[in-house]
Design a protein. Structure first.
Length: 417
């Protein structure tokens, strides 16, 4: 029997467990999934909780109910990966052997990384995150109670998971205040370490334009040094100060401690991989899928879905001693809630930046790229059911795994001389 261990039972770990069991010959594998808890969160829902658009009780479901019955599920914390002896050391004292290891430990916000954030007097009274369920729930009464002043939406550093989520938060906050008739007394400010609203030029220009249109001030190139709790100000390394009444921050996102303690991660705790095969750079029997990698694509559930389509054939080929047949192209597909019952859609990969157009059927859509529409918003809401009952169990979804250029408005190419 071959021991395949999946470390992390979140989006990637669950999808991989289901996908492996669909492969011929899977009865010759012992598949074990390890997670530190038995609560699977629908993380995209965190965005909606503070605005009363999704009840918090819909976010968490028992993890074991979404894992296939034929895998062994251990609720335990992995402390160290002993590569030499092919063992995972667990907090309980147990050790688990692996022949092939899949690291799917994701990324977690670390509010202790910015002085004055988690250790400040204002944490969870005027300074909140919404990247945890606890943060999103605590933020709800603060948003409801905000009658006037400045809501500052802030990204501490990149990369973060779902890099568009803070933009969505700013747009939803502005729309919430508009609907309450408070938008003339409540300002929304967007503070980012990037030089624009987003990383890619066309999307950055479009999204920056939308923020401006909605009266949301942007503060760019802001590398946060600390939060001054007494003055209620964000302070940057170059001495700039941004005052706030309510600060909604995305703390630095870090890889799992087990990766760091095992000497497998970079300085932020992400595992260096071949960005096309998802094989770790350090050990050919260690694979990394989802937010835990250092691959230069978005950290998103949609990306996990596209990655797994390449990862599974590569793992099978590797176990059979054959060359790796698939190359993940970096495909990412992200909805951006833009308020007013609309959302935008981004579709891109390692080579192609997000552009305008329609998706997934050329000329038809019905989804619109980089343009707000009601159908995009309806699709974003529908993603919740797709996530639990389509994506996690590995059912076929109506999106191509590799990004397609069809339907995209591409700039004309320079004719070859
Ligand atoms: C606010 C917000 C909005 C988002 N919106 C979207 C969206 O609209 N669309 C989209 O596609 N994506 C979205 N995402 C991102 C998406 O949720 C993640 O990219 C996705 O869940 C990543 O899957 P993963 O399996 O890599 O990590 P996770 O699903 O986070 O799973 C990692 C698992 O590893 C476990 N783990 C970690 N360390 C250990 C250890 N040492 N021992 C045992 N277990 C461990 C954790 O408990 C966790 O269960 C959003 C995320 C947030 C926070």
């Amino acid at each position: 029997m071959t021991d395949i261990v999946i470390l992390g039972g979140g989006t990637a770990g669950t999808l991989i467990a289901h996908s492996l069991l669909k492969q011929p010959g899977s009865d010759a594998w012992n598949i074990t999934v390890i997670d530190r808890d038995d609560e699977h969160h629908y993380q995209p829902g965190y965005l909606f909780v503070p605005f009363g658009m999704m009840p918090a009780k819909r976010i968490a479901k028992p993890r074991h109910e979404f894992l296939p019955k034929r895998v062994t599920f251990l609720v335990d914390e992995a402390r160290r990966i002993d590569r030499e002896h092919r063992l995972i050391e667990l907090a309980s004292g147990a050790t688990i052997h692996f022949d092939q290891l899949v690291i799917a430990t994701g990324t977690t916000p670390d509010p202790t990384a910015v002085p004055g954030m988690a250790d400040g007097a204002l944490w969870f009274s005027s300074v909140f995150d919404f990247y945890t369920l606890a943060g999103a729930m605590a933020l709800k009464p603060a948003i409801e109670g905000m009658k006037k002043g400045r809501i500052v939406v802030h990204v501490s550093e990149t990369p973060i998971k779902c890099p568009v989520a803070p933009l969505e938060f700013a747009l939803l906050a502005q729309d919430y205040m508009r609907k309450k008739g408070r938008d003339w007394e409540v300002d929304v400010v967007y503070v980012t370490p990037l030089d624009g609203a987003f990383t890619k030029p066309v999307a950055s220009k479009t999204l920056g334009g939308l923020l401006s249109e909605r009266g949301i001030e942007q503060v760019t190139d802001f590398q946060v040094e600390r939060i001054d709790n007494d003055a209620k100000e964000l302070v940057s390394y170059d001495g700039r100060r941004v005052p706030f009444d309510l600060l909604v921050t995305v703390p630095p996102n870090r890889g799992s401690d087990v990766v760091v303690h095992s000497g497998l991660g970079d300085e932020a705790g992400f595992v260096p991989v071949d960005k096309h095969t998802l094989q770790s750079e350090i050990d050919p029997d260690i694979w990394v899928v989802g937010d835990a990698t250092n691959a230069p694509t978005s950290k998103a559930g949609s990306v996990v879905h596209f990655e797994v389509a390449s990862f599974i054939p590569n793992l099978l080929a590797h176990m059979a001693g054959r060359r790796l047949p698939r190359r993940f192209d970096g495909h990412a597909n992200c909805f951006i809630e833009s308020g007013r019952g609309q959302a935008m859609l981004l579709d891109f990969n390692y080579e192609q930046e997000p552009v305008t157009g329609v998706f997934p059927v050329p000329k038809v859509g019905p989804l619109t790229l980089l343009k707000p529409s009601a159908i995009n918003h309806a699709s974003k809401l529908a993603f919740e059911a797709v996530y639990w009952y389509g994506l996690l169990p590995g059912r076929p979804l109506p999106f191509p795994h590799d990004m397609s250029l069809a339907g995209k408005n591409l700039p004309p190419t320079t004719p070859a001389r």
